[in-house]
Design a protein around this ligand. Sequence first.
Ligand code: A3P
Length: 319
Amino acid sequence: EYPEGFEKVQKSIQGGDLFFTILMNPNPCQDPRHQAILPPTLNCTNMTLPNLLILGPQKTGSTALANFLTLHPNVSQNSPIPGSFEEVQFFGGANYLKGIDWYLSNFQNASIIFEKSATYFDNPVAPKQASSLIPNTKLVVILQNPTQRAYSWFQHLLAHKDPSALTAASFSEILEENPPETLRKIRQRCISGGRYVHHLGKWLEHFSLAQIMFIDADELRDEPARVLTALAKWLDLPDFPFETHLRYSPSKGFHCRLIEGKTKCLGESKGRKYPKMSDVEREKLDKIFGLDNSALYKFLRKNRLKIPNWLEESVRIRA
Ligand code: A3P
């Protein structure tokens, strides 16, 4: 017997059947029966739920996007959460069990209330849980060349001295079709987030395409003010001169916030310095993502959405 709001789901993971329970937290204010028994801490007339989720995936520039978006006076982000890179990581994660009260406690009112959790995009449960609580939210997905994203993720693991990553003789070893057992999970983590259409399919089961904005990661890196201006327009926010608050820092190699004439860049873990990927590694990754990239290209074309240069290039090389 499952109480109301619980669902039993059967998932087939790598051949083995796994049963697990998805706890659904629907918005209690949309159901009079729930409203009648709400604790006094939940106020339905003034509920500060996000109306924008930045889904990531990880290593696409999502922190820069979130950080720059908060420059806008009508925007508020969640208060930083210790222990999870400041991210709320509510949907599809352990924090979901803390419930709506906890989720709400992280937000302050504004025209746009948002959270960026880079764990959401490739999480199989997050789309359903998010649509259950905030069905009208807008979503942002950043399209980064998955080859570059995978390499950046591997560098992230090395920087964090991930014990498995440190056992790899090289990045190439991880990219082999059948890497040693210890490297399989890393391979999966490097690759998963870059399989855009596969994961988008899950989001589109619960949200309409009109609710999603796609951002080209290269444009975000090179022209953040232009990207932020377009995002603010899509969010119906008043105009804001992002360009006067952002400045390229030659030493960082990225744009940073400009505060009282000085650049304030993101921390060391964002925009790391590491050696370039070798041609062999790049070719292996391009091959791994070949079909995914073609599917993304077709998806964007079919829906008359802008195709990033890196994707045009990748599809042209494959043809
Ligand atoms: P690298 O550190 O590998 O270069 P995320 O925040 O989604 O995890 O993404 C991190 C990546 O954002 C960085 O990966 C970097 O390339 C990219 N990025 C884009 N704009 C940036 C900026 N203004 N400052 C720092 N990193 C930025």
